[in-house]
Write a protein that binds this ligand. Structure first.
Ligand code: FE2
Length: 246
């Protein structure tokens, strides 16, 4: 039996949120997706509020994933403890609030979603995501397993894909906000893309007003990052998976 997963890249600020509110349900219908996962850690640019999480779920997402900005808005902490539908990376320190993976019932069978975070050029506090992935695979028995690796380095994301090839249904990357043109089925049958890209303003640097980013790179004192104006894109990928994947 085929199972279609729609994975949406990092939603950035109000422009990205507005696009999700207006378009996600329509896109879910159009792609005939059975299950929708949205990375929401930039809904407030840095972090996500409970209201924004509710809005993304109301718009059609089944699960929201987070990353390095999981706790950027502290009011999300209590919410994370109470919900199974918003995941922070599983390899954060054990005392981190919330959960990093869970199993969801669907008409096609149980679906496990695992959120992981990379370490190359990122925070050094998370545990090794490769060892965590192997450990979790020993515990998860769901029919379908979907893994997001929120990471900067393309090598780290590709290596995760190959580590899990044939053992999970799909692996995709998030965090860089730039989609990669390498959608593929890995040799042992796992669907993979290095980065989904973002849902946010197109004429921007990762969703942010370019002048703010330029100022930072020029070494100037910078003000708070704000989303850019102009047209908004929604990036993501559809994975059609079946039980032969693994
Ligand atoms: Fe990120």
């Amino acid at each position: 039996m085929e199972f279609k997963v729609l994975a949406i890249g990092d939603v950035v600020g109000n422009p990205g949120m507005e696009r999700v509110r207006r378009k996600l349900r329509q896109l879910k219908r159009k792609t005939e997706a059975d299950f929708v996962i949205v990375n929401g850690e930039n809904a407030s640019v840095v972090g996500i509020t409970p209201d924004q999480a509710e809005d993304i779920l109301d718009a059609g997402a089944d699960v929201i994933t987070l990353g390095n900005h999981s706790f950027g808005k502290r009011e999300i902490v209590d919410y994370l403890e109470d919900t199974s539908r918003v995941l922070r990376p599983a390899n954060l320190a054990p005392q981190a609030p919330g959960r990093g993976w869970d199993v969801y019932e669907t008409k096609a069978g149980d679906v496990a979603v695992v959120d992981l975070i990379g370490r190359c050029n990122m925070d050094y506090t998370p545990d090794n995501p490769f060892l965590m992935a192997e450990k979790l695979l020993g515990q998860v028995t769901a029919k379908f397993i979907l893994v997001e690796i929120h990471a900067e380095a393309t090598s780290e994301k590709l290596a995760m894909g190959y580590l899990l090839d044939g053992r999970v249904s799909a692996v995709w990357g998030t965090h860089t906000h730039v989609p990669t043109a390498d959608c593929q089925v890995l040799p042992q049958g796992t669907g993979f893309v290095t980065d989904l890209g973002m849902t946010g303003p197109m004429q921007s640097v990762l969703g942010i007003r370019p002048e703010l980013s330029i100022a930072k790179f020029r070494g100037e004192l910078t003000s708070r990052y704000e989303p850019a104006d102009g047209p908004v894109q929604l990036c993501g990928a559809v994975f059609t998976v079946d039980t032969r994947t693994r």
